[in-house]
Design a protein. Structure first.
Length: 355
């Protein structure tokens, strides 16, 4: 197991509002070095007021009675796969090291059609349905913008799809994907939990990129560094009252780039409670951007990816979360199969029928 966190990492904060070849190089660098990077939230289409509105909706939902939340349980036959409310301990992100499931609740919202959810929403979220739909679109567009920069940085030839190589495979008009907007709530706990208890166990994300929204004074996210140490990620590394948006690489981008883009392992820990005080609640929001279901996770046409693969050698594959496929034909799974595999390992949904 990795050592306890010592110092916080200085993740780069990058301004992508007027993209240039330098921006592409910088963000690619950050994503391949850390797997996590902040992007400045200026003119990039996710207005701070909309983020705040999502947090308000989220708080109203999680503070509502259990019966209300349970109407849209992830276990119900109407919610659909990987959608709906997860009660405490339903998900165990690191089954090898946890005795109990994650100390969190979550609500997973899948793709919308024409501004309408494709799953039942509980009353407190129905009121915000249109807002949620817009927020998902804003997040998805930002993810595509970020992936266009990765493609530019990887110098994918235009004859092969160029800067749009990734975003073409995330084009919602071409088919469904496993993309999820997830509201997260980590309630404070009255007594110190057991050693193996954790708010969110160590894991890498399954999709292409994740956008993570955090609130001031609610820390807890840590990333596993290349030296195998846990390092805290600040909620806002700048003095700007509107924090930059935290972006991290998921397994799909790692597969697509043979591990050049790093699907970094991370977790959420309980804060150290101050003397005489109970620990704080934590709310966060994640947008997990996934490739279209049918997209194959084969290496992208990039000399940089090829060079990276051969430079590291088959037996010294870079340690990434769960990505970093070899690119062999038999490993070229679809995004949907990859997602299903990962979900099966972490959910306790014994009463849910497989799709
Ligand atoms: O709440 C957080 O800060 C992180 C959540 C997370 O990593 C996840 O749900 O995949
Ligand atoms: Fe995560």
């Amino acid at each position: 197991m990795a050592a306890v966190a010592t110092s916080s990492t200085d993740l780069p904060v990058i301004d992508i509002s007027s993209p240039s070849p330098e921006t592409a190089r910088d963000i690619l660098d950050a994503a391949s070095t850390f797997g996590f990077v902040f992007v400045k939230n200026h003119d990039i289409g996710v207005p701070p007021a909309d983020i705040q509105a999502m947090f308000d909706l989220s708080r109203t939902f999680f503070q509502s009675p259990t019966e209300v939340k349970a109407t849209c349980s992830i276990n119900s036959s109407t919610s659909g796969k990987n959608r709906g409310w997860l009660s405490m301990h339903t998900e165990t992100l690191d089954p090898a090291h946890q005795q109990r499931g994650d100390f969190k609740e979550a609500f997973n919202i899948g793709e919308f059609s024409s501004g309408k959810a494709n799953q039942p929403l509980p009353a407190p979220l129905v009121e915000g349905e249109y807002r949620i739909s817009q927020f998902i679109d804003q997040c998805h567009d930002l993810c595509n913008k970020i992936m266009d920069l990765f493609a530019a940085g990887l110098e994918i030839p235009s004859a092969e799809g160029g800067d749009k190589w990734f975003s073409d495979r995330h084009d919602k008009t071409k088919g469904p994907s496993g993309s999820i907007l997830r509201l997260l709530y980590y309630p404070s706990v009255p007594s110190p939990p057991e050693q193996t208890d954790i708010r969110a166990g160590a894991h890498s994300d399954y999709g292409s990129v994740t956008l993570l929204f955090q609130l001031p004074s609610q820390p807890g996210l840590e990333i596993l560094t290349t030296s195998n140490e846990w390092a805290p990620v600040p909620v806002n590394p700048t003095s700007d009252p509107n924090p930059p948006i935290l972006v991290n690489i998921g397994d799909a981008l790692s597969y697509w780039t043979n591990g050049l883009l790093r699907s970094t392992v991370h977790r959420v820990i309980f804060p150290q409670p101050e003397e005489g005080k109970s620990s704080e609640d934590r709310y966060s929001i994640a947008y997990f951007c996934h490739p279209l279901d049918e997209a194959r996770l084969v290496p992208v046409p990039s000399e940089k990816v090829k060079g990276f693969h051969s430079a590291e050698g088959e037996n010294q594959k870079r340690k990434v979360g769960y990505g970093g496929g070899t690119g062999d034909a038999d490993e070229a799974i679809t995004a949907r199969d990859h997602l299903n595999r990962r979900l099966a390992a972490t959910y306790d949904l014994s009463d849910v029928k497989a799709e």
